[in-house]
Design a protein around this ligand. Sequence first.
Ligand code: S3P
Length: 203
Amino acid sequence: MLQTEGKKETNAEEGLEAAGRRVAALLGGRNIVLVGMMGAGKTSVGRRLAATLNLPFLDADHEIETAANLSVPEIFEQYGEAYFRDGEKKVIRRLLQSGPAVLATGGGAFEDEETRAAITERGISVWLKADLDVLYERVRRKANRPLLNRPDPKAFLRELLARREPTYGLADVTVRSREAPHQALVADIVAAVEERLTAGEGR
Ligand code: S3P
């Protein structure tokens, strides 16, 4: 019984590796761009996805921090959100040029029309869609999200989610981010992206 299960797992891993190779080949120079709310798992899942596809992993927030030599909360505090958004736009535009890669964007990036257009031109967008409770559980322990520094962060997150969902829905592919091992989400993303790239709609 145990042996059978072990074998099943190996088959699943091999299947994912093979699917990863197919997707990487289909991508050409395009990027896989993860979009969605804070707490959806873009960075942690993105890192594993990149390893599976044997592609570099890029994190927009991290690159903004490096360029500014400040953390995201410090940028918000010292220069304000508009300044952050401007930097975010420029950094994503630059990162998209270096494809193929897996790029995790900050939760607000896809709201910007020009950024969306740049992502569409240079990649396949994947919305990691998660419910409010899942998101809130993941973000509430960390103090690194300046937008949540307010009296009722959950209510704010609820409003933000409702406001942003229609835009996230414009992504090429939607994958549910649930309480599951990261590898399961990676498999879902690889399958959804492969389907998209082979369905005659691959750009
Ligand atoms: C933001 C999300 C954050 C970060 C900034 C603003 C947002 O990124 O870019 O705090 O507007 O939703 P994560 O989605 O990686 O947490």
